[in-house]
Design a binder for this molecule. Structure first.
Ligand code: NDP
Length: 419
């Protein structure tokens, strides 16, 4: 029996909260704490008749460490699950340290203001030292290792699907199928159609920042950076069919490169349709993806935040989205002296997700692993002082939980490889 505090009440959080309520044997009490209290209350009202889990709600500004620390101390949870935005990772980690509570999230830290000169100095040095220019990286959260160790607290970083499940797939492949892994290709395919000319499946600001940035991959321990969308491949995905996919930078590559140094190449591909890419390029060309505030008729507005207000709310896509997602990892390597290939993936159906928790599959495939990660920590199955990514624990109980909680996976020992 555990008490969990969930921060945020958006697309991913609402799935994780639904799943905690289905899992009331583990989560007998939860608090939904977010910026807009009415969203938390509405969800509580909807779920209360269907669950044994006792739900409380609170309004909190997770950018404010003092306010958040006070709330955590008052509620006294076993762990805090951060499903706000990557901008809040560090303030929530600080509050967890102040209150002596375990911390879990689904995405690594990224600053809201990328023009902040202090952050920019560190960022530019990192770009030069490491060789990739994404705004997000693990250094900020890995810097909490000693503090979490000293406090005897677990910080579980990145327990969504990718990162999260994909890194558990790597640990599972290593544990059960390989003596040595040589290459990893992470393939993220969304074959869903929501019927809008343009919409993003999760927070538009975070999503558009990610996909409009240069791509990069790790080869022989070094980052190779390429212009956005410069490497394209086609792949025939089970449950979806043939899709174009593009190489992107993605945060799990950094953690996997550090934790599995024998792997010679790690790449990440995501599928995009031509219409999505054309819209995005156009928005980028006119400056709508910029995070730098501009003065408009006496108001300061951030173009990408204004765009977010225009685009469909990702949470509203659920009823209209049809089709499937297929996300997984293709491995090559050696077992018992012989070359071996392997593909582990999950196929998830948008409409099935909607029927179950009134959400599309992107939020579902993130929210379910968020609940599972929190369960691993509160049950003590994944508990070690410090901050760790999901590939650094025993993958078996997590893999079992994926099958049980709605994300069953498939192992293919003869996959088509990506060239
Ligand atoms: P949403 O924008 O739908 O939800 C974010 C929620 O956080 C909202 O409820 C928002 O409040 C709340 N929030 C924002 N700022 C604050 C603050 N300062 N204090 C308190 N609450 C705040 O985002 P998503 O649900 O799509 O994404 C959630 C997280 O999941 C993100 O970090 C995203 O990067 C990550 N993610 C991870 C994936 C993975 O596979 N690993 C995939 C997809 C997403 P309000 O309701 O007022 O807006």
């Amino acid at each position: 029996m555990a008490r969990l505090m969930i921060i945020g009440c958006g697309g991913v959080a609402s799935v994780a909260i639904n799943k905690c309520c289905q899992n009331s044997e583990v989560f007998d009490e939860i608090m939904i704490a977010s910026r807009t209290l009415s969203k938390c209350d509405a969800l509580k009202e909807k779920l209360t008749p269907k669950t044994k889990t006792k739900i409380t709600t609170a309004k909190v500004d997770a950018d404010n460490v003092e306010e958040l620390t006070k709330l955590i101390k008052e509620y006294n949870p076993d762990a805090v699950l951060n499903l706000a935005l990557p901008y809040q990772d560090l303030t929530i980690m600080d509050a967890c340290l102040n209150a002596g509570v375990h911390y879990i999230d689904t995405a690594n830290y990224e600053p809201e203001d990328t023009d902040d000169p202090e952050w920019r100095k560190i960022y530019e040095k990192r770009c030069k030292d490491l060789g990739f220019s994404a705004y997000f990286d693990y250094s900020w959260q890995w810097a909490y290792m000693e503090k979490f160790k000293e406090a005897g607290l677990t910080g579980l970083l990145g327990t969504g699907f990718d990162p999260g499940v994909t890194s558990v797939f790597v640990a599972y492949a290593k544990k059960h199928y390989f003596d040595e892994i040589h290459t990893i290709d992470i393939l993220d395919c969304n074959g869903g159609d929501h019927g809008y000319p343009f919409a993003t499946n999760f927070n538009p600001e975070i999503n558009l920042r990610e996909v409009s940035a240069p791509g990069s991959y790790l080869e022989n321990g070094k980052w190779v950076e390429i212009p956005p969308m410069a490497i394209k491949r086609e792949y025939n995905f089970e449950g979806v069919g043939m899709k174009d996919m593009y190489l992107l930078h993605h945060e799990e590559i950094e953690a996997l490169g550090k934790n599995f140094p024998e792997v010679k190449r790690i790449r990440f591909f995501m599928t995009f349709g031509q219409s999505y890419l054309t819209h995005m390029k156009c928005l980028e060309n006119v400056g709508m993806l910029s995070t730098t505030p501009i003065d408009y008729e006496g108001h300061q507005i951030v173009p990408i935040q204004f765009l977010k207000a225009l685009l469909p709310d990702p949470a509203s896509l659920g009823p209209r989205t049809v089709g499937k997602t297929n996300i997984g990892c293709i491995f090559t390597g050696i077992k018992d002296g012989k070359e071996k290939t392997l593909y582990i993936y999950n196929v998830c159906d948008h409409q099935e997700c909607y029927k179950e928790v009134e959400s599309q599959a992107i939020s579902y495939t993130t929210g379910v692993p968020a609940m599972i990660g929190a369960m691993m920590v509160v049950k003590g199955l994944w508990k070690k002082p410090g901050v760790f990514t999901t590939d650094e624990f025993d993958p078996d109980p997590y893999m079992e939980a994926l099958n049980k909680w709605g994300l069953p996976w498939v192992v293919d020992e003869n996959p088509v490889l990506v060239d």
